[in-house]
Design a protein around this ligand. Structure first.
Ligand SMILES: Nc1nc2c(ncn2[C@@H]2O[C@H](COP(=O)(O)OP(=O)(O)OP(=O)(O)O)[C@@H](O)[C@H]2O)c(=O)[nH]1
Ligand SMILES: [Mg+2]
Length: 259
């Protein structure tokens, strides 16, 4: 089994070393599997790319995809996922760089892929939690989830989770490479697509921890985009127009880098 963890980064030089160390340990906890890392960096001015290049695993299990400019989380993931599919991986994981997602949950999540199409690391099922999140941030996440779930009628409890393990065929089958969202609506768009297509989605409880270094890229604009898109998708469904326009043409890609 070949698995790749795709991590989008923008100014994560302070958080990435700890993630690289955690993933290094986790790799040995998944015997019989090849677990690689693909960092998708939007030419971070803080030298995130250099942190990746300096890692002892660079050129072996660690790869860097550099894009020309900051272009949003959704676009970074589409570029990384496309590279993962081209690379012939069986399982594709998505994960933040900031340490919020527990790498230690990966062996259990990977064990579930196969029986399921997508495994969602979930804060909002029994056993899941958030740690050190300010009340305002908790309320925003909770409200965003409720809004998306109610409006789109989704079963998944953590529709905005950015920690997921996909069967590669499910990723392409769900049309993830053709999605439209730039920001965090990307996670909701994929949840929606999976459920409408009847893919097997399971939620695995995780404890999400607030970042302790670096700066959040979450903004009002990003939240508004997600809210607007969810409403648009629902209206489109009600009007009976469910097809999506291709969205990847604007994504900027410079090429994958290995030593
Ligand atoms: N390549 C790339 N990565 C991005 C971009 N925006 C955010 N990211 C990365 O996406 C991941 C999630 O972003 P965060 O800023 O932690 O946002 P969040 O986790 O939703 O929100 P917080 O809870 O406030 O941290 C991090 O690894 C970021 O570096 C972008 O425009 N391009
Ligand atoms: Mg974060």
């Amino acid at each position: 089994m070949r698995c790749v963890i795709v991590v989008p980064t923008y100014n994560e030089a302070d958080t990435l070393p700890a993630l690289l160390d955690r993933l290094r340990s986790v790799r040995s906890a998944v015997p019989g599997a090849e677990v690689d890392l693909l960092v998708v960096d939007d030419s971070s001015p803080d030298g995130t790319g250099d942190v990746v290049r300096a890692d002892p695993g660079f050129g072996d299990w660690v790869t860097l995809l550099t894009r020309t400019a900051k272009d949003g989380l959704g676009a970074a993931y589409r570029a990384g996922f496309a590279a993962a599919v081209r690379g012939g991986y069986d399982i594709v994981v998505q994960m933040d760089a900031d340490g919020s997602h527990p790498a230690e949950a990966l062996p259990a999540m990977l064990a579930l892929v196969g029986a399921y199409d997508v495994v969602v690391g979930s804060r909002y099922v029994r056993g899941g939690a958030t740690e050190n999140w300010p009340r305002r941030r908790r309320a925003l996440s909770w409200g965003a989830n409720l809004y998306a779930r109610r409006l789109l009628g989704l079963r998944t409890r953590d529709t905005t989770s950015g920690f997921r393990a996909w069967r590669a065929e499910a990723l392409t089958g769900a049309g993830v490479l053709q999605t439209l969202s730039h920001g965090y609506g990307f996670q909701v768009e994929n949840t929606w697509a999976c459920e409408r297509l009847g893919l097997r989605v399971v939620e695995h409880p995780i404890t999400f921890t607030e970042r302790t270094a670096g700066a959040s890229k979450m903004s009002g604009g990003v939240a508004r985009e997600a809210a607007r898109l969810v409403l648009e998708w629902r209206i489109r469904e009600l009007l009976g127009r469910t097809s999506r326009a291709p969205a990847t043409s604007g994504d900027r890609l410079q090429g994958a880098e290995r030593r």
